[in-house]
Design a binder for this molecule. Structure first.
Ligand code: ATP
Length: 410
């Protein structure tokens, strides 16, 4: 059977993955054997999310009525019901449903009634608390399929420490990354010299190590010195797989979905208030604003170096009329030719513009010229893929170290 749980936390505390880890231990004690534990990320643009729009699915064998009772009791004991937007959902299904509902919740938006209808259709046991919105994530989690998968080892804090500062030795985390990268990733951001895998939010997570297998995340974990965790759980996950992306076309994008699309740079990139960089792309007469926000740090320099005519593939979420970039591929670079007034052939002095569309004029001898001088400038960027740094990475975004997306046909 599969057990799905979602929406148990609030900005003030708790975490659905922690509740999942607690439930796994309770199921063991109840004589129910547990197989794979899945941490399933859903559409990152959903407004109801507390942090990373995660849900949990536990594969188990045993009495489904008992499992359902244990899951409901665990939610009733641990979920942060005081949170105004905490609406837990619990699902138990005896066989995995088709993955359609998972893909809808991953790439699109769903209604609570869609989840109920799907759960009724497959004869699942389910319970929605408060407004029942958590049924969406719980139903999506039990419907999940993972054609590509990664792992995350999560270490959880002892409840008596939840309100205190986390004690994790940053040097040991850099050591862990050094010892296991590229088989683990995003524990630290080396370029920005920051630890990424220790949260600052008031939840039970002490740290989380992402990597390609339980062995690799376990090896990295072995390097880390910290306060004594309460427990640790390895989840299999769709994190770092780009599972949220839909092939798209400029002019045909829907709000709140995430796309991979092709275009050409249409105008010189601009840096706005707050250091956010925007660049317009065009394709087939339609244009699209792409954004590299300030938290994407050095990635903005890549965007600033684009010029009109560069052919690119952009990846990101379409929100408020802009594509918020997660990564970009420069396919071909336009030639960069700068124009400047020519040297006067009569007296050797550089001419000046004689006015719009009027050519150039020598201020010393009065000679005229029609054409400017052209200067080929070396481009300071190479074709290839570029991504935001680990500090700005979305959970679902596939780091380039795991491989690059297939390019759309143009
Ligand atoms: P955490 O990851 O820390 O557990 P969270 O960021 O996952 O928190 P939730 O508290 O689970 O956030 O809130 C997300 C809510 O949005 C849930 O009720 C979930 O069922 C719902 N939801 C998830 N995906 C979709 C979707 N595609 N359309 C509509 N609602 C969704």
């Amino acid at each position: 059977m599969r057990i799905g749980v979602d929406d148990t936390d609030s900005p003030a505390g708790m975490c659905t993955t922690y509740l999942g880890a607690a439930l796994i231990r309770r199921l063991h004690s109840a004589g129910i054997s547990v197989g794979e534990a899945r941490l399933i990320r859903l559409n990152p643009n959903v407004v109801y999310k507390t942090r990373g729009n995660a849900a949990v699915c536990i594969e188990a064998e045993g009495d489904p009525d008992r499992a359902f009772a244990e899951a409901c009791r665990c939610v009733e004991d641990l979920a942060d019901f005081a949170g105004a937007e905490t609406n837990p959902g619990v699902v138990v299904c005896e066989t995995p449903p088709p993955p359609d509902f998972y893909y809808a919740a991953l790439r699109d938006f769903c209604e609570i009634d869609d989840a109920r209808e799907m759960l009724e259709a497959i004869g699942a046991r389910y319970r929605g608390y408060k407004n029942g919105r958590g049924l969406i994530g719980a139903a999506a989690a039990v419907s999940s399929e993972l054609p590509d998968r990664t792992c995350e080892l999560l270490a959880y804090r002892r409840p008596e420490r939840w309100e205190t500062a986390r004690e994790v030795d940053p040097v040991s985390i850099f050591r862990a990354e050094e010892a296991t990268w590229p088989h683990t990733w995003d524990s630290v951001d080396r370029e920005n010299d920051v630890v990424v895998c220790v949260p600052h939010t008031p939840d039970p997570v002490l740290f989380g190590i992402r990597g390609e297998s339980p062995e690799w995340v376990g090896k990295a974990r072995g390097c880390i010195s910290s306060e004594e965790p309460l427990c640790e759980q390895v989840y299999v996950t769709n994190q770092g797989t780009d599972a949220h992306l839909i092939p798209g076309a400029i002019g045909n994008l829907l709000e709140g979905r995430s796309y991979i699309l092709a275009g050409r740079v249409a105008a010189v990139p601009a840096t706005g208030v707050g250091g956010h960089v925007s660049v317009a792309l065009e394709d087939a007469g339609q244009t699209l604003r792409c954004m590299a926000y300030e938290p994407t740090k050095q990635f903005r320099d890549v965007i600033r170096r684009l010029i009109p005519g560069d052919a690119v593939v952009a990846v990101g979420s379409y929100k408020g009329g802009s594509l918020n970039l997660e990564k970009i591929c420069i396919r071909t670079l336009a030639e960069r030719v700068d124009l400047r007034p020519p040297i006067c052939t009569a007296c050797g002095k550089r001419m000046t513009s004689a006015g719009s569309q009027k050519g150039y004029k020598c201020r010393r001898c009065g000679a005229r010229a029609a054409e400017p001088e052209t200067v080929d400038r070396q481009r300071t960027i190479r074709p290839g893929w570029y991504e935001v740094p680990p500090t700005a990475r979305r959970h679902l975004a596939k780091p380039l170290v795991r491989g690059v997306p297939d390019l759309p046909r143009v």
